[in-house]
Write a protein that binds this ligand. Structure first.
Ligand code: ZN
Length: 628
């Protein structure tokens, strides 16, 4: 989170959050509605069933009779992430929901706050794993794997959200007590340690923004700078996994565990913003550019190795082994958002929309109650690898995981989508992403109307008051975009439109983004998809699922020119049809000097948004197609 109350004088940018921006409809609005109607009750129920609340209750009541050891030391974070999202959901209130629905959410929130209050140790420490005598480990005895500062980080973010959104300072009191313990133990005068999983850095900076207390920022900076010297004494994972092999400021390329990497980079960006550390920001930009140029999937997914959930080498981007954890998509979004705030550069928003509408969106089922942990770009018909690190995984999305980091992360992220759309940068309103909703700013009320990402027409109308200066982002994929104001219309390049001044009440601005289907090829060094094409319309990457095809998807080739003749239909049920070639594989050795001639016939290939795959039976799917 990094929302409306976060003023960042060092960069002159202020995100307009929940107080100012509301989603009304469109895809983002539908996600928010689904979040509160389906995902939130589902996750609340799963957190009870999986005993996340029970872990805290045992500590609160000092009742460990018959309690089994808790499996992971970070399970409290799934409560914290949920509470962060619930603070937004409860503050927003009624969305045509039955009264008992919101009452149940409020009751869950109150129950969790009460459990956390009662479970907190006198000295401020709070982690149900280490507080359990059944586990039998001392607090802060294992910073490599203990996740205690990571857990505090999520508690702080929930607490700040609750105080900002609900005016409820109870969680903040709990979080500050724990944060002060951590500052005294690991701050400027403390041990030279840090957490194996970054997250505390972002949270401490946000706590500094919220309270104005310098020690939180100082400690966050220390946590960034101590890392990278092989301090964490690992067992099965190498230093690289924890981003502890090389200091961040000297890192050549994003590396190691994907979620840890982007959480660290996001926290470091916060530190750089608040301390005015341009050198660090410059290096973060270098790392960002290198990642975008060599390590991100076309969907915005990050991480190709199931082993260690790691990022991998440059150009190591196999479709069928794409890990692209849903949490890594959220982390990449968080990092990009901070880099955009710091720089105003629209390239970060280009990445955000790629991540949001593809790598992030695919993580949740159409009904909002099942989740992918890892997100492949190809599934073969005989696929039998279970999901991610799970021993009890499935072929498609699951209702829950033994390590359930992703679903609660989805709740808070969807609840906070409106915080990532509009920024006031020194008096100029920057509209970063088309959305359907309203914006209040400086006494003005604006209406933003669009069917994006299914349609490229985006209209801003000033309903009340006036706007001195505004600019709108034109995505990098949009060629021939046009801006219309007062009947005058002209072509605009990608990046930001010119600054529009003196927008008066009743005035309308329309940006039109042409959305032809495009055939994308990858850098030839991405061996896994060399000679192949992926199809994209607007920001939506497309895929073919077997259920929609008349021939096996793995026997299809699609030439470049197919994109020119693509037929688009279906509105928000987007379907794109292209003509490809189906070939009939002939019997031959796996490796052969010559291959028998294949029979080839034209075939129609039906493509749909990648994020919608996997909502029917488990079947083959692919994003990339051989061209010849
Ligand atoms: Zn996750």
């Amino acid at each position: 989170m990094l929302s409306s109350a976060a003023v960042m004088p060092t960069i002159g940018a202020r995100p307009l959050g929940e107080d100012s921006v509301s989603l009304r409809g469109g895809l983002l609005g539908a996600w928010q509605q689904r979040n509160v109607e389906a995902t939130v009750p589902h996750v609340m129920q799963q957190l009870r069933q999986a005993e996340n609340l029970e872990n805290l209750r045992r500590v609160a009541d000092q009742d460990f009779d018959g309690a089994a050891p808790v499996r992971y030391p970070f399970l409290d974070t799934d409560i914290h992430k949920t509470l962060e999202g619930l603070a937004y959901v409860l503050a927003r209130g009624d969305r045509d929901l039955p009264a008992d629905h919101l009452a149940a959410i409020r009751a869950f929130y109150e129950e969790c706050v009460d459990l956390l209050r009662r479970a907190q140790r006198e000295d401020g420490y709070l982690n149900s794993y280490y507080q359990s005598p059944v586990v039998g480990k001392d607090s802060f005895s294992d910073l490599v794997w203990g996740h205690e500062l990571y857990t505090l980080g999520h508690l702080i973010q929930a607490a700040v959200a609750a105080d900002r959104r609900l005016g409820d300072a109870r969680l903040l009191g709990i979080a500050i007590k724990f944060a002060d313990l951590v500052v005294s133990r690991f701050g400027p005068d403390g041990d030279l340690d840090f957490c194996g999983h970054p997250e505390i850095e972002m949270a401490l900076v946000e706590l500094y923004r919220h309270t104005g207390r310098d020690e939180y920022l100082t400690t966050a900076k220390l946590m960034v700078d101590r890392r990278g010297r092989g301090t964490l004494k690992h067992s099965i994972f190498p230093s690289d996994y924890f981003q502890d092999a090389v200091p961040l400021r000297e890192l050549d390329s994003v590396t190691g565990h994907a979620v840890r990497m982007v959480y660290l980079a996001a926290g470091a960006t916060d530190v750089a913003i608040e301390t005015g550390d341009q050198e660090l920001l410059d290096h973060l930009e270098y790392l960002w550019d290198d990642m975008v140029a060599s390590k991100l999937y076309v969907t915005g997914g990050l991480g190709c190795r199931h082993s260690d959930e790691a990022i991998g080498d440059r150009f190591e981007l196999p479709s069928d082994r794409s890990y692209s954890e849903t949490c890594a998509a959220i982390g990449t979004h968080q990092w990009a958002w901070r880099m955009y705030l710091a720089s105003g550069d629209a390239k970060y928003l280009d990445a955000i929309e790629t991540v949001l509408f593809n790598a992030f969106a695919v993580g949740t089922s159409a009904d909002g109650t099942c989740f992918f942990y890892d997100n492949p770009l190809q599934r073969r018909p005989d696929h039998n690898q279970r999901s991610g690190a799970e021993t009890d995984g499935g072929l498609l999305r699951l209702p829950w995981f033994v390590c359930p980091c992703c679903p609660p992360n989805v709740i808070r992220w969807v609840a906070e989508l409106q915080d990532h759309l509009v920024v006031d940068r020194e008096g100029t309103l920057e509209f970063g992403l088309p959305f359907d909703g309203t914006v209040k700013a400086g006494g003005a009320l604006l209406e933003s109307t669009t069917d994006y990402p299914f349609d490229g027409t985006w209209t801003l109308r000033v309903v009340e008051g006036g706007v001195p200066q505004a600019r709108l982002r034109v995505p990098a994929w949009a060629h021939g975009a046009r801006l219309t104001r007062a009947g005058q219309d002209h072509v605009v390049g990608h990046g930001w439109t010119e600054t529009l001044t003196d927008l008066r009440q009743g005035e309308e601005i329309t940006v039109t983004l042409p959305m032809p289907v495009e055939a994308l090829s990858a850098d030839p060094r991405v061996d896994a998809v060399r000679g192949s094409l992926a199809f994209r319309r607007g920001p939506l990457v497309l895929c073919a699922e077997q259920q929609d095809q008349s021939v096996p998807v793995d026997n299809v080739r699609i030439p470049q020119e197919a994109a020119l003749h693509a037929v688009t239909a279906g509105g928000d049920q987007l379907t794109v049809t292209v003509t490809g070639h189906a070939y009939d594989p002939q019997p031959a050795p796996l490796y052969a000097a010559t291959r028998p001639e294949e029979a080839v016939a034209d075939t129609t290939v039906t493509l749909k948004p990648y994020y919608t795959w996997g909502n029917r039976d488990a079947a083959a799917m692919r994003v990339w197609f051989p061209e010849h």
